[in-house]
Write a protein that binds this ligand. Structure first.
Ligand SMILES: [Zn+2]
Length: 299
């Protein structure tokens, strides 16, 4: 069987605070080549640009015809002045990352938020295939999300679309780093659940162990995880009331908690503004690779 021309290969990069992952995608959206290097972000902004350039060089060796690179990273480019904001690799914030990368690489760059890349990958090549409106959820050390409509990332004019992690679900809740109180993230992100457990039980226990203790019926874990599932339900129901997506895909470390798809889903059904819940809530299919695959799919 003859293969389409090599020009269909796409290159993508997931730029994180500790590692840079690169991929070359074939025509069927499957990785043909992948590589990981350390970001070495402690060495500063210029060094990170050089590390990305090094990775692009490696990828173009495998896909010499590719003239565009997709890059996913936490944070967003300000539509006001083109600088980065909200990145947890803080030396990127306030810098013109997009323009500086294009200048250094000498090629066009499609730069996108990492949660949007996750949503795009799952929409086009994972658990959301065939759905018109996909809401991709990252549930891990933070809570993020991305909206993909008819195969394209829906950003909104302020690059805010999908940021459900900072919806307030309790004005009397704990302060969040964003300046508000009672954000979704301060209830259902892994570190938040661990902090609630520590405050109640007086001992530090990891999220997976809290879940294990909950399944074993421990009283403190029961209270904490029941609340976690309830808040998950409220927060997801709020999103469904506005977007009514065709499918919700969960990613991030906490998405591997099986009960999110049963008890968590029941909680969503309790709070959604409808007499039934038909929205499928699915586990990711692409795993840790979704971010880098989504970056390549930006091209
Ligand atoms: Zn917040």
């Amino acid at each position: 069987m003859s293969r389409p021309a090599e020009s269909a290969r796409r290159i993508g990069i997931d730029l994180g605070g500790t590692k840079i992952e690169g991929v070359v995608l074939g025509v069927d959206n499957r990785p043909l080549f992948r590589e990981r290097i350390a970001t070495e972000s402690a060495a500063g902004y210029e060094h990170i640009i050089e590390r990305v350039a090094h990775m692009v060089e490696r990828l173009r060796h495998e896909a010499p015809e590719s003239g565009v690179v997709g890059i996913g990273t936490p944070g967003a480019t300000s539509s006001r002045d083109g600088t980065m904001k909200n990145s947890n690799t803080t030396c990127l914030n306030g810098r013109r990352l997009h323009a500086d990368l294009e200048r250094r690489l000498g090629m066009p760059v499609r730069l996108e938020n990492d949660a949007n890349c996750f949503a795009l990958a799952e929409a086009l090549a994972g658990a959301g295939q065939g759905a018109a409106l996909v809401f991709g959820v990252i549930l891990g050390t933070g809570v993020g999300g991305g909206v993909v409509f008819r195969g394209e990332v829906w950003r909104g004019p302020q690059h805010l679309a999908g940021e459900w992690g900072h919806h307030c679900i309790d004005p009397d809740g704990l302060p969040c780093y964003c300046g508000q109180r009672g954000c979704v993230e301060s209830f259902i992100a892994g570190p938040a659940v661990e902090a609630h457990y520590r405050a109640r039980a007086g001992t530090a226990v990891s999220m997976p162990d809290i879940v294990t203790r909950w399944r074993a019926g421990e009283a403190c874990a029961t209270a904490i995880v029941d609340t976690f599932l309830d808040r998950f339900g409220r927060a997801v129901a709020n999103v469904i009331d506005i977007l009514d997506p065709d499918v919700i895909v969960l990613g991030g470390g906490l998405s591997n908690i099986d009960e999110l798809y049963t008890l968590g889903r029941d909680a969503v059904a309790r709070y959604v503004f409808n007499d039934e819940l038909r929205t499928p809530i699915r586990r990711h299919q692409l795993g840790d690779s979704a971010g880098v695959i989504g970056a390549a799919l930006l091209v």
